[in-house]
Design a protein around this ligand. Structure first.
Ligand SMILES: NC(=O)c1ccc[n+]([C@@H]2O[C@H](COP(=O)([O-])OP(=O)(O)OC[C@H]3O[C@@H](n4cnc5c(N)ncnc54)[C@H](O)[C@@H]3O)[C@@H](O)[C@H]2O)c1
Length: 271
C-alpha cells in the first residue's frame, strides 16, 4: 500500500499465515517440528516432508487433528528429483497452491565426527548430496512454480558454520564435532540462497535464510558447559526460539526482505 500513514495498517495481520500452504522438509526433526507447529498456529496448511522412517504422514495427521485444518504428510528423499516432483504434484493436487517452502532437512552423518584427514569421498558426497542437492532440487522444483505464479517465500537453513568456522575448543572432552563437509554444504546453501534472492526478486519470490545455532537436544553435560563458555548468552537455544523467525520470513511481515540470513545464534558470531 502506497502510504506514509501507518495508522491504517493491521500489523498483527502481517504475521498471519492463514490458509497459506507451506512445505517444510525435515519436518520431523528437532527444528522442523517447531517450524511445523508454529506455522500451524499461525493458520497455515502445513506439508510435512521427511524420509519414510520419520513418518511425516503421522505427524501431519496429528497436526491436522490438533489445529482442525487440512495438513499433508509426504515421505521422500529430497536428493531425488522425481520424488521432489511427486511432492509438488501431491501438494498441488491436495491444496491447489504453494505459498512457502522451508528447506529444513539435513544429513545426520555429520553428527558422527570424522577428522578431516579421514573423510571418505562417500561420506563427503552423502552430506553434500542431501544438504545441498536436496535444497537445490526443492528450490528448483517448488521455487520455479512460485516464480511462474508470481509469488512465494522460500526459507533455507544454512548454519553458523557457514558464517564462521567451528571453534574446535567447543568439542574438547566430548564425542561431538562438526565435519568439513557440513560447513561446505551449508556455505553453498548460503550462496545458492543469495543467488536465488536476486534471480527471483523481480518475480516476487523472496528467498531468505535462518541460521540456528546450538539447539538443545539432550546434549552431553560437558558440551553444554563448553558451549556456555563460548556463547555471549551463555546457553544453548531451544527449537521454539528458532521458529518465530520463520513466521516473520514466511509472512507478509517481511514483504521487503530478501537475501537475508537471520541469525538466531545468541550472538555466537558477534565476538
Ligand atoms: N540443531 C542445531 O543446533 C542446528 C544448528 C545450525 C543449523 N541447523 C540446521 O537446521 C536444520 C534442522 O536441524 P535439526 O537439528 O532439526 O536436524 P534433525 O537432524 O533433527 O532433522 C533433520 C531432518 O531431516 C530429515 N532428512 C534427512 N535426510 C533427508 C532426506 N534425504 N530427505 C528428506 N528429509 C531428510 C531427517 O529425517 C530429519 O527429520 C538443518 O538444516 C540443520 O543443518 C541446526
Amino acid at each position: 500500500m502506497k502510504t506514509t500513514d501507518p495508522s491504517g495498517i493491521d500489523f498483527r495481520k502481517k504475521f498471519e499465515l492463514t490458509d497459506k500452504v507451506i512445505v517444510i522438509s525435515g519436518s520431523c526433526g528437532l527444528i522442523g517440528r517447531a517450524f511445523c507447529e508454529a506455522a500451524a498456529q499461525f493458520g497455515a496448511h502445513v506439508v510435512c516432508a521427511d524420509i519414510p522412517a520419520a513418518n511425516p504422514e503421522s505427524m501431519a495427521a496429528a497436526l491436522s487433528e490438533k489445529h482442525g485444518r487440512a495438513m499433508l504428510g509426504f515421505s521422500l528423499n529430497v536428493a531425488v528429483k522425481s520424488e521432489v516432483e511427486a511432492l509438488k504434484a501431491k501438494v498441488l493436487e491436495t491444496f491447489g497452491r504453494i505459498d512457502g517452502l522451508v528447506c529444513g532437512h539435513q544429513n545426520k552423518s555429520h553428527l558422527k565426527f570424522e577428522p578431516f584427514e579421514q573423510v571418505t569421498e562417500e561420506n563427503w558426497d552423502t552430506v553434500v548430496e542431501i544438504n545441498l542437492r536436496g535444497t537445490f532440487l526443492l528450490c528448483q522444483v517448488i521455487g520455479s512454480y512460485m516464480a511462474e505464479n508470481g509469488k512465494g517465500s522460500i526459507v533455507n537453513i544454512p548454519s553458523t558454520y557457514s558464517v564462521v568456522a567451528p571453534n574446535q575448543n567447543l568439542y574438547k572432552g566430548t564425542s561431538l564435532g562438526c565435519p568439513a563437509a557440513y560447513s561446505a554444504s551449508k556455505g553453498a546453501i548460503d550462496a545458492l540462497s543469495r543467488y536465488l534472492a536476486s534471480y527471483w526478486a523481480s518475480r516476487n519470490v523472496r528467498v531468505n535464510m535462518i541460521t540456528p545455532h546450538g539447539v538443545w537436544n539432550n546434549h552431553e553435560d560437558k558440551f553444554e558447559k563448553n558451549f556456555a563458555q563460548f556463547s555471549p548468552m551463555q546457553r544453548l537455544s531451544f527449537n521454539h526460539e528458532v521458529a518465530p523467525a520463520l513466521i516473520y520470513l514466511l509472512s507478509d511481515a517481511s514483504s521487503y526482505v530478501t537475501g537475508d540470513n537471520m541469525l538466531v545464534e545468541g550472538g555466537w558470531t558477534v565476538w
